[in-house]
Design a protein. Structure first.
Length: 226
């Protein structure tokens, strides 16, 4: 049985109808309707099988869930960071929605920051929306704790895009930066270094965070651009 057939065996049509509304840029016909826990369980069941390699080598996929299980199989199958980065570089240009993009969270990045960081900076300049978004989100997840890399905030603040999911990723990054690196991030908000929409969205998301105290929330709220 192919991986696609195994996904169809897990189909939930009610979930398909619900989830289709969350990813409006993916045509409903390309959504099978598989709940994420079941998809991840399938990935864990099959990731060592020989036929998985052929599946991972065959791009692009047609179905949304094929991309999702591709992402899960990469994280399960490749424990060498160089090999994983190579596989991600091949896969990310085919990702076409925020949900698939954001589910790719390689914990191995945390222990290999010196190797990963320059690659993510390269991907920030990608012409592919979700390769660029992946880089922004990965930098947010793995590089905002502890000592900040020199120039990181400047690099993210300099991004200008008409793509909603890129602008939202930048806003998310800066809301997290306000939570984790407030003193270093605040000058970017006070100095209005982001475009207006992203600036205000970052403030909104930071004010929704329980990790930003009331005094700081009140201050950044006054920095909204009208």
């Amino acid at each position: 049985m192919t991986i696609t057939n195994q996904l169809f065996a897990l189909q939930d049509l009610e979930y398909k109808a619900f989830h289709s509304r969350l990813i409006p840029n993916v045509e409903p016909d390309r959504i099978i309707g598989v709940r994420t826990p079941k998809l991840r369980a399938l990935a864990k069941q099959i990731y060592r099988e020989d036929y998985v390699e052929e599946f991972l080598d065959t791009l692009p996929h047609y179905y949304y869930e094929e991309n999702n299980i591709h992402a899960e199989l990469l994280l399960l199958r490749y424990k060498d960071v160089d090999e994983l980065l190579e596989r991600l570089a091949a896969f990310l240009p085919y990702v076409d929605n925020w949900a698939t993009c954001d589910m790719i969270a390689p914990k191995i990045f945390k222990k290999n920051q010196d190797k990963v960081y320059p690659i993510l900076l390269e991907w920030l300049d990608s012409e592919h929306t979700y390769q660029q978004r992946f880089a922004i989100v990965a930098l947010m997840k793995y590089f905002l704790d502890g000592e900040l890399r020199e120039g990181l905030l400047e690099k993210i603040a300099s991004i200008r895009s008409e793509e909603y999911y890129i602008r939202m990723a930048v806003a998310w990054f800066f809301s997290e930066a306000l939570a984790k690196q407030y003193d270093k991030t605040l000058p970017f908000i006070e100095g209005k270094k982001l475009d207006v929409w992203t600036h205000n969205k970052a403030i909104q998301k930071a004010r929704e965070s329980y990790r930003v105290d009331a005094e700081k929330k009140n201050h950044i709220n006054m920095l909204k651009i009208k």
